[in-house]
Design a protein around this ligand. Structure first.
Ligand SMILES: Nc1ncnc2c1ncn2[C@@H]1O[C@H](COP(=O)(O)OP(=O)(O)OP(=O)(O)O)[C@@H](O)[C@H]1O
Ligand SMILES: [Mn+2]
Length: 271
């Protein structure tokens, strides 16, 4: 056997399952029709291949590590594989088709909670995705070219409102606008220049802007160097069933918090 073949066998040998990330129909069929192939889990934005074991990818994670993490956390959560399984993940890296296979021992893999960000939250996954999209766009463009910070608290809005107070009149008071509406994206970007947080309901209705969050922050632990906006975001996600998505004005990164923990960090420039 060639050295390369041996290396390949080390990577794919004795795996409990194969995770195919956005596979073509022909790649999926090769596994689905081969009785000797290990069980297959498909991870993609849509289940175009009709896989039985399927994890919906809510966002095209540019960082392959995040993408794999999301798929594996989803696969474990949905009980397609046991915690501790050894899996091969086939995904794209440089190319637009699958060009990479990664072996992961899930017992050594640290769960970040990124799957739970979309599924454990009370808010609809599509709402969380829509907010992430706005925040990523805001991070890319800034406000008239200047870096801008923003904080969105998504889900469990009644409780979030109880744990916050108003900094200014609420421009969304009598409106029935939802994240994802094109006009709303323009409004959100405009209002994000001002202080405080946006509060979004489970179904995506924008409940308020300019909220000063006052959650109990005792014992909340966030990475050093992040300031009060991130602290408030982490703490409200622990104090309520909301998740928070923050765009940092100082380093330009987008971070998401759930259950008081940071579960995702991404650079808008990669999207
Ligand atoms: N409790 C809070 N609720 C809502 N908004 C807050 C809260 N605390 C801070 N902010 C907002 O965060 C802004 C930035 O504060 P600060 O610089 O301390 O945060 P940060 O975590 O360093 O964020 P950035 O990385 O964007 O600078 C404030 O101007 C304010 O608009
Ligand atoms: Mn700051």
């Amino acid at each position: 056997m060639s050295a390369l073949g041996g290396l390949y066998d080390d990577i794919v040998g004795d795996v409990d399952a194969v995770f195919l990330f956005s596979p073509s129909a022909s790649l999926f069929d090769e596994f689905a029709t081969n009785e000797e192939a290990p069980p297959v889990v498909v991870v993609s934005p849509e289940n175009a291949v009709g896989a039985d074991r399927y994890v919906e990818l809510p966002l095209e994670f540019e960082d392959v590590r995040d993408r794999i993490r999301f798929g594996l956390e989803g696969g474990i959560e949905r009980e397609y594989v046991d915690e501790g399984a050894i899996v091969a993940c086939a995904t794209k890296l440089f190319d637009d088709t699958v060009d990479t296979v990664v072996r992961v021992n899930t017992s050594e893999f640290v769960r970040s909670g990124v799957y739970g960000l979309f599924t454990d939250s009370r808010a609809d996954p599509s709402v969380i995705r829509a907010v992430l999209e706005v925040v990523i766009e805001l991070g890319k463009k800034g406000q008239k070219g200047k870096p801008v910070g923003a904080l969105f608290v998504v889900g469990d809005a009644g409780k979030v409102m109880n744990k916050s107070r108003s900094l200014s009149y609420n421009p969304f008071e009598k409106s029935h606008v939802h994240v994802g509406d094109p006009i709303v994206n323009v409004m959100l970007k405009e209002f994000s220049r001002l202080d405080g947080a946006f509060v979004i309901s489970d179904s995506g209705k924008i409940v308020s802007a300019y909220r000063y969050l006052e959650p109990g922050a005792e014992g909340v632990d966030i990475p050093k160097g992040l300031g009060t906006r991130h602290m408030a975001a982490a703490a409200i996600s622990r104090d309520t069933n909301a998740i928070s998505i923050v765009l940092s004005e100082s380093d330009g990164l987008v971070r998401a918090f759930a259950g008081g923990e940071i579960v995702l960090e991404l650079d808008p420039e990669d999207y």
